[in-house]
Write a protein that binds this ligand. Structure first.
Ligand SMILES: [Zn+2]
Ligand SMILES: [Zn+2]
Length: 256
């Protein structure tokens, strides 16, 4: 059965995502606040079955208690490494390779520790919800992990099917593409994507989700082995390239 994924803007620049099956049942990913999510649920007459959290940061789970009060049957799902550090009860703890049924589809879990210890991505049909691990044209901060750990995560993500739609936790597309252009100035697909993203943003259009196929051509964090990128950055390995990119994006040197 087909599933749709609806982005909902929350807080300053966050996305919560609603996945809908049957036009009746919904699961929400990363409700940083409840209000905008409740509004869409009401408008569409949907019942909330699950609250899936990619990690413990409040801009991703802040709306959970209020949503759970509105839908007490909804299961709250999270990885154990982050579940022990939030101030609300988690109903189901999930880890690498686990699968949760959602109507007739399965949601599978990838554990991608680094941004936090308990970071996960959720995958259902052609959608991958990456939280703050992978952004459009960028990568999240390594708050609780090393560059080596993130490299392992990125290598897993870039080998997923190219038709997957990347649904990330923040709207950073234009600024990320601008950083990417600093590292990869001769990449024509990248310049074209930046121009399109600027036009779409000015027109008030959503810039997400983005197909993995486009990320593979324009997100430098998924192109660490690209010879031209390595030459531009003066690096000789994927790990060195990752560290050099992190310095451009975050003006910090990560632990390795
Ligand atoms: Zn975060
Ligand atoms: Zn965040």
């Amino acid at each position: 059965m087909s599933v749709s994924a609806i982005p909902i803007r929350t807080l300053k620049n966050n996305y919560a995502w609603l996945i809908v099956a049957n036009r009746k049942h919904a699961a929400v990913i990363d409700p940083g606040e409840a209000g905008p999510v409740l509004q869409v649920l009401t408008e569409k007459g949907l019942t909330l079955d699950m609250i899936l959290l990619t990690h413990l940061h409040p801009d991703h789970c802040g709306g959970t208690p209020e949503l759970h009060r509105a839908f007490p049957e909804a299961r709250i799902v999270m990885h154990p490494d982050d579940a022990g550090r939030v101030d609300f009860p988690v109903n189901q703890q999930v880890g690498e390779g686990d699968s949760i049924g959602f109507n007739e589809n399965a949601i599978t879990i990838m554990h991608l520790p680094c941004h936090t210890r308990g970071c996960v991505a959720y995958r259902i049909t052609d959608y991958l919800f990456t939280g703050d691990t992978l952004f459009t044209a960028g990568c999240g901060k390594f708050f609780e992990g090393t560059a080596t750990e993130m490299l392992a995560n990125l290598n897993r993500l870039k080998n997923l099917p190219e038709n997957l739609m990347i649904c990330c936790g923040h709207e950073y597309t234009v600024e990320n593409l601008a950083y990417a252009t600093q590292a990869d100035p001769d990449n024509a697909v990248l310049s074209e994507r930046l121009a399109t993203a600027c036009r779409d943003e000015a027109a008030g259009r959503f810039l997400v989700p983005a197909p993995l196929s486009l990320e593979l051509k324009t997100n430098p964090f998924l192109r660490l082995d690209n010879p031209q990128l390595q030459r531009n950055l003066g690096t000789g390995s994927d790990l060195e390239t990752l560290i050099a990119l992190y310095k451009i994006y975050y003006q910090q040197t990560p632990a390795t």
